[in-house]
Design a binder for this molecule. Sequence first.
Ligand SMILES: Nc1ncnc2c1ncn2[C@@H]1O[C@H](COP(=O)(O)OP(=O)(O)OP(=O)(O)O)[C@@H](O)[C@H]1O
Length: 247
Amino acid sequence: MTIASLKDVEVEYGKRGRAVGPFSLSLEAGEIVALVGPSGCGKSTALRLLAGLEGPTRGTVTRAAGRGETSLVFQAPTLAPWLSATDNVALPLELAGMASKEARDQARAALGRVGLAGAEAARPAQLSGGMAMRVSLARALVTSPRLLLLDEPFAALDEITRRTLADDVLALWQETRPTILFVTHNVEEAVYMAQRVVAMTPGPGVLAGERVVTGPLPRPHGFRTTEGFRATAEQVSDLLATGRAAA
Ligand SMILES: Nc1ncnc2c1ncn2[C@@H]1O[C@H](COP(=O)(O)OP(=O)(O)OP(=O)(O)O)[C@@H](O)[C@H]1O
């Protein structure tokens, strides 16, 4: 079942001309897709279209997952600085009408699932970058979304934290199997995270090509050193290089 799709979409921002497209992408239920491409090719624009945050200038967007069933996570954790971790995570549930006590109970459980039991009372300023991203993930997951859109969620974090969080997201995915679109600049991260990597050309981005990633999810220890992983990462890099040369 298709959860969300873009069909020949183009987006134009006034005099700046075309930002993306024509570009097509279809997300099936429960799959993890990574979207890679050079800076400015339109990855975030594609994600915003899939989220329903903006509409295309041309082309069609379909969404089986409604607004309330879609969660977004951005590079910079967009947490309310005056709220505790628990209250930040409880917020989307309360906004959806859930009673405060029930929302806070579910928020605490979600924080536990992302490894933040004990940090419930902390405010964002008291958290490390990695912890703040975990709070953002907990807030995105607490509503049990069918579609999870992640826009370079680990870009501001150090390599070790990035890798730990990558494994954590895959473990969380295994629990409820939401459809995930993961936007990143990083080819290795894309291949590690996804079952399918979609590569875009430089802006206005069109499809450069896509590669299926074989191997179990969550990834076993040492997956990055396997022949399959290296070969797929090389193929995706080639797609990006060919797309750049053709642009
Ligand atoms: N609201 C906007 N108004 C005008 N131009 C925009 C707007 N949003 C994006 N753009 C332009 O559209 C193009 C695509 O931007 P987008 O952020 O989608 O690319 P990206 O691939 O996500 O880039 P990056 O990897 O650097 O985040 C860029 O040229 C950008 O300047």
